[in-house]
Write a protein that binds this ligand. Structure first.
Ligand code: NDP
Length: 292
C-alpha cells in the first residue's frame, strides 16, 4: 500500500506557484486574493487565516474581510462590487457557509467570473462542463485530480466511483475525471444517498473518491483489493484521549481500508493541503489572465 502524501505534493505545487508569483512580480504584477468571512464560525475563521498566511508566504497580496454575522446582503454585494473593480485583487472568495439570511447564490453570481478562484460561478461551472481550458475549476476536485496525476495513478479507462454529488466536490470531480486528457478519460459513476447497493457500487471502483461528510463511513467492504482511494472527508469527532478532546477523521475508515488499497490518502495530510495549494494556483492563474 502506498500512502499518497498530500502535504508533500502540496508543497511541490506551492514552489511552482512561488516561481509564477516571482515571474509576475518581475513584470510588475502582484497576484492579490480577497477572502471574505461573515460571522464567527471557528472552523471558517481558521480556514480564512490559513489562506491569508499562505498568500503572505508566497509573496502575494492578501486582503481579509472579517465581517459581523449581522452584515446585510446589500453591504456584502457592495463589497463584492468594490473587489470586482479593484485592480490589486485578482481572486475573490466568500467563505462558506454564510449566515442563513445571506443568499449565497446571489453573492457567488455577483463575483466577476474572471476573479472567481473558487470556481463556483455559473460561468465557470459551465466552462468546466464544456471542458473549456479557461475555466476556474473548484479547488478540492482540482487537488484530487492533481494527487492522482502526481501519484502516477492511471485514470484513462479506469472505473472511477465518486461518492457524493455536491457542487463543491462530487459533481465537478466527476466532470474532471470524464474529461479527455491526462487525469481524465475515466469511466465515471456518481453515487449518493439514493444509490442502491452502495458498497457493491463502490467495490466496482478502480478509483474511489469519497466526499460525503460521514466520519469513517467507507469501510473495508466498500473497497476492492488493489483500488486507489482518495478521502475528501474532513470530520471532527470526539476523542477523549487527545488533549483537544477531538480529532479529524475522513469519510474512509482508514485503518481497515488502507491494507486493501494500492494507494490511499490520509486525513489529515491528504486532500486538505491540496485544496489551499490549488486556491493559490487559481489566484495566480487569475492574475495571469487579467494582466495578459
Ligand atoms: P455535502 O454535504 O454538500 O454533500 C455530501 C454528498 O454526500 C451528497 O451528495 C450526499 O447525497 C452524499 N451523502 C451523504 N450521506 C450519504 C450516505 N449515507 N450515503 C451516500 N451518499 C451520502 O458535502 P461536501 O461535498 O461539501 O463535503 C463532503 C466532505 O468533504 C465533508 O466531509 C467536507 O468536510 C469535506 N470537504 C473537504 C474539503 C477539503 O479541502 N479536503 C473541501 C470541501 C469539503 P445527496 O446528494 O443524495 O444528499
Amino acid at each position: 500500500m502506498k500512502l499518497i502524501d498530500g502535504k508533500a505534493i502540496a508543497q511541490k505545487i506551492q514552489l511552482e506557484t512561488l516561481a509564477s508569483v516571482e515571474l509576475l512580480k518581475s513584470q510588475g504584477h502582484v497576484p492579490g486574493l480577497a477572502v471574505v468571512l461573515i460571522g464567527e464560525d471557528p472552523a471558517s475563521r481558521a480556514y480564512v487565516r490559513s489562506k491569508d498566511r499562505m498568500c503572505q508566504e508566497l509573496g502575494m497580496h492578501s486582503e481579509k474581510f472579517e465581517l459581523p454575522a449581522t452584515t446585510s446582503q446589500a453591504d456584502l454585494l457592495a463589497l463584492v462590487a468594490r473587489l470586482n473593480a479593484n485592480p490589486a485583487i485578482h481572486g475573490i472568495l466568500v467563505q462558506s457557509p454564510p449566515p442563513p439570511h445571506i443568499d449565497e447564490r446571489a453573492i457567488v453570481e455577483a463575483i466577476d467570473p474572471r476573479k472567481d478562484v473558487d470556481g463556483f460561478h455559473p460561468v465557470n461551472v459551465a466552462k468546466v462542463a464544456l471542458g473549456d481550458p479557461d475555466a476556474f475549476v473548484p479547488c478540492t476536485p482540482l487537488g484530487c485530480q492533481r494527487l492522482l496525476l502526481e501519484a502516477g495513478v492511471e485514470t484513462a479507462g479506469a472505473h472511477a466511483v465518486v461518492l457524493g454529488r455536491s457542487m463543491i466536490v462530487g459533481k465537478p470531480m466527476a466532470l474532471l475525471l470524464m474529461q479527455k486528457g491526462p487525469g481524465g478519460d475515466a469511466t465515471v459513476t456518481v453515487a449518493h444517498s439514493r444509490t442502491r447497493d452502495l458498497p457493491g457500487v463502490c467495490r466496482s471502483a478502480d478509483i474511489l473518491i469519497a466526499a460525503i461528510g460521514r466520519p469513517e463511513f467507507v469501510t473495508a467492504d466498500f473497497v476492492r483489493e488493489g483500488a486507489v482511494v482518495i478521502d475528501v472527508g474532513i470530520n471532527r469527532v470526539a476523542d477523549p484521549g487527545s488533549p483537544k478532546g477531538s480529532k479529524l477523521v475522513g469519510d474512509v475508515a482508514f485503518a481497515e481500508v488502507a491494507p486493501k488499497c494500492r494507494a490511499i490518502t490520509p486525513v489529515p495530510g491528504g486532500v486538505g493541503p491540496m485544496t489551499i495549494a490549488m486556491l493559490m494556483h487559481n489566484t495566480v492563474l487569475a492574475c495571469q489572465r487579467l494582466t495578459r
